[in-house]
Design a protein around this ligand. Structure first.
Ligand SMILES: [Zn+2]
Length: 345
């Protein structure tokens, strides 16, 4: 048995020293020290030896086992170092790495953040509202009853309510953000200054300056003695901050059921510099911000005293503002996922 152990040791050490990689060393470890390995099998015979021989052979067995383990571990660190040296020769660690692509804000988000910043500097707070709205908040409370012709100008997308406990046509995708006027005013007493950025939806023919889904920023201010001139001042200040001092703005009277009087704000088309193009429908001007003094009926509907407080409201066509700021000829480019477009901003 003594001889057999020494033979196992010599054979293991010589094979280990010849091993080329970690896998080979692992195989050798199993071959000698594993459950069915040569060494493990050999020492099973230990119990068959006469008692007086056992301590001596036991010591030898321990020594053989230690030698095999140590040789494996020394050889292992040797092949690891060798592998590192080989890799270093093959890999040039001084070559610069590949820079991962870094995203940036979409142009709509960039302008939106600017809009929010300007209004915050004027004391406005930003609020958020539901994209799925009720007919009541989107129309009724805003002085637009069921049979009002103004509904025709806001082509509405209705939700399928056949399995819901509401009347048909009661749940819609919001056509504007004005529903947030009532939702906010019902909760907060004046004075208040609020802006509501968000997406709105209309069943509309899509063209260069119209989309069926687009961004707006609704805003309203209610306080004692708020006048139309305050509205003009704020629109003028905000648009110049956002679009540059040199822009041309004009106001025109218009009619919306929820304001009295109603005002439409136009900005000179930046695409054609006022000469007329397909974006501005050859008019040289682009409608950008309908507004007006909040109708007393709306104030009454939310429980405000229209004799004591007054206010104005406006809606910025944010998608259109973005296209005008960057002189884009087509609003549809804003929803085009082509990175060659997006990466220009
Ligand atoms: Zn134009």
């Amino acid at each position: 048995m003594e001889e057999e152990l020494i033979q196992i040791k010599n054979s293991a050490v010589s094979l280990i020293l010849d091993a080329k990689d970690k896998e080979e060393l692992w195989d050798l470890k199993i071959r000698f020290l594993g459950r069915n390995g040569r060494f493990t099998q050999a020492i099973k015979e230990l119990s068959k030896l006469p008692k007086e021989k056992r301590p001596e052979i036991g010591r030898l067995a321990n020594e053989v086992k230690n030698t095999i383990e140590e040789t494996i571990s020394e050889k292992e660190s040797q092949v690891t170092k060798q592998r590192g040296r080989e890799l270093k020769e093959k890999i040039d660690t001084t070559i610069p790495g590949i820079r991962p692509p870094i995203g940036h804000l979409h142009p709509v988000s960039q302008v939106l953040y600017d809009v929010v910043d300007v209004f915050k500097s004027l004391g406005f707070q930003a609020a958020d509202g539901p994209e799925i709205e009720t007919d009541y908040y989107n129309f009724e409370v805003l002085n637009i009853p069921k049979d009002h012709p103004a509904r025709d100008t806001q082509q509405t997308l209705y939700l399928d309510t056949r399995n819901a406990k509401v009347n048909p046509g009661e749940i819609i995708l919001r056509t504007h953000l004005s529903g947030m006027q009532a939702r906010t005013m019902e909760k907060i007493k004046p004075p208040l200054r609020v802006i509501v950025p968000g997406k709105v939806f209309r069943y509309e023919q899509v063209d260069a300056s119209h989309g069926f889904e687009f961004w707006q920023v609704e805003g309203f201010m209610v306080d004692k003695n708020v006048r139309l001139t305050d509205l003009f001042g704020i629109i003028d200040y905000v648009l110049r901050k956002l679009m540059g001092e040199k822009i041309k703005i004009k106001f025109a009277t218009t009619n919306f059921p929820f304001v009295e009087p109603g005002v439409d704000t136009y900005m000179e088309c930046t695409v054609c510099k006022g000469k007329g193009c397909s974006f501005c429908k050859m008019s040289g001007w682009s409608e950008i911000m309908p507004a007006g003094m909040i109708h007393p009926n709306v104030l009454k509907a939310v429980g405000y005293d229209s004799q004591k407080v007054s206010g104005f409201a406006f809606a910025i066509g944010l998608s259109r503002l973005v296209t005008l700021r960057y002189e884009m000829e087509d609003l549809r480019l804003l929803t085009n996922p082509d990175l060659r477009i997006i990466n220009q901003f």
